[in-house]
Ligand binder design. Structure first.
Ligand SMILES: C=CC1=C(C)c2cc3[nH]c(cc4nc(cc5[nH]c(cc1n2)c(C)c5CCC(=O)O)C(CCC(=O)O)=C4C)c(C)c3C=C
Ligand SMILES: [Fe+2]
Ligand SMILES: [Fe+2]
Length: 370
């Protein structure tokens, strides 16, 4: 059968609200074999690497997949935990913390499922879980606050690829971004203030975002602008003046120009320019992962200290902190607005009255026409 369905159609079944919590994904193990599988899937996605396919196939399979898996596996091994990859551990904790919050915030049945764009648990398995749970409506929440074609749209593609095989597609809403959402900004500000209160405060704050090729910005990707606005709003919420903070881009890949300024270059130059005591926070990462724990908290710290830095503090991501779960719950409530089974502000009586008025008006118009 070309199209799949859960079971026979049941009359009168209303179904529940399904939430797909989506993130990038991570290898299954910190080994070269697992990394090769993961990187092949990730880097072959044309949303991630926009490069002519035949040429990229040769570079990816001929060079990158022969070199990078070993190097990346060693980096993952430094941050791997007993429970698995940090990104997966934090993402599971987020889903587990959200479920009971959603149960009380929504006034109808809700089910959340975690799906990763690359690797496991896949987006297909998460959507299958939601279909089994009778999700008639679906909100997709990619945990990327700033929209980028290379991340957000890649989640969209994966969801669409699954839904186009379903006989009964749900009603769907897709959260494109939440880079300027007040609750998200407030949650980050609270996290940073709490960290300062507990561990002391550096003299300068670096806000580091994952980079993308500059070419994507020139082609119309809003990511750069979203990062700038998030950083400005966060600095305002922390009552920082312009000299107190800097935005930078990390995680460069390949030889072409990426978004600037490059974080590693900033860190190398700062001690000589007088910034020797800094805090680093990564607003674009909803969960700690290789890029924050190994690149920022280890590699970049080494670069800064070797260049003459004195104090370097990495402030952890929002992860499953209560403020973050509250902010995501508020975001989901807003995006479920008007959906009758679950929207707590949905006024059934007012809608029934509006329907009655419109029926009366139609009858009146019909009588006039006759
Ligand atoms: C090659 C191009 C890449 C683009 C474009 C890119 C954009 C991008 N990535 C994230 C978030 C994450 N990236 C992570 C790891 C990672 N990223 C790339 C490459 C690109 N990313 C690679 C090759 C890797 C794998 C690790 C490595 O080999 O270096 C992660 C961490 C995953 C984990 O398992 O912990 C995240 C998260 C964003 C937000 C973004 C564009 C906005
Ligand atoms: Fe990345
Ligand atoms: Fe990296």
């Amino acid at each position: 059968m070309r199209y799949t369905a859960k079971a026979h159609h049941e009359h009168g079944r209303t179904g529940r609200l399904g939430i797909l919590l989506a993130n990038l994904g991570t290898p299954d193990a910190p080994t070269p074999e697992a990394l090769r599988r993961y990187l092949r899937e990730f880097l072959w996605d044309p949303r991630v690497v926009e490069f002519p396919r035949p040429l990229w196939w040769l570079i990816l399979n001929g060079i990158i997949l022969n070199i990078r898996p070993r190097r990346s596996a060693a980096a993952y091994a430094k941050v791997w935990t007993k429970a698995g990859s940090p990104l997966l551990v934090h993402s599971r904790a987020q889903a587990d913390a959200l479920q009971p919050r959603l149960d009380t915030a929504f006034n109808g049945p809700v089910r959340i499922a975690l799906g990763m764009r690359y690797g496991t648990p896949s987006i297909a398995s998460a959507l299958a879980e939601l279909r089994e749970a009778d999700a008639a409506r679906l909100i997709v929440l990619p945990l990327y606050p700033q929209y980028s074609g290379s991340t957000t749209a890649a989640i969209f593609d994966a969801v669409a690829d699954v839904l186009k095989t379903w006989r009964c597609v749900p009603e769907v809403r897709f959260i494109n971004h939440y880079h300027d959402d007040p609750a998200y900004i407030a949650a980050m500000a609270a996290r940073i203030r709490a960290h300062w209160a507990a561990h002391g405060r550096g003299k300068h704050l670096l806000l580091s975002f994952h980079g993308v090729p500059r070419r994507y910005l020139l082609a119309g990707d809003p990511y750069y602008c979203h990062c700038q606005k998030t950083a400005r709003l966060l600095a305002e919420a922390l009552e920082l003046s312009e000299d107190d903070w800097t935005l930078g881009f990390q995680s460069r890949f390949g030889r072409e120009e990426w978004l600037k300024p490059y974080v590693d270059k900033l860190l190398k130059s700062w001690p000589k320019a007088g910034h020797r005591d800094i805090d680093v926070f990564c607003p674009g990462f909803a969960a700690d992962c290789l890029e924050t724990l190994e690149e920022i908290a280890m590699q970049d710290r080494d670069i800064f200290m070797a260049a003459g830095g004195e104090r370097y503090t990495y402030i952890p991501a929002l992860n499953d902190q209560a403020e973050h779960i509250d902010a995501l719950t508020a975001l989901l409530l807003r995006h479920a607005a008007g959906w009758p089974d679950t929207d707590p502000s949905y006024d059934v009586e007012a809608l029934a009255k509006a329907a009655q008025t419109s029926r009366e008006r139609a009858a009146q118009l019909g009588a006039e026409a006759r």
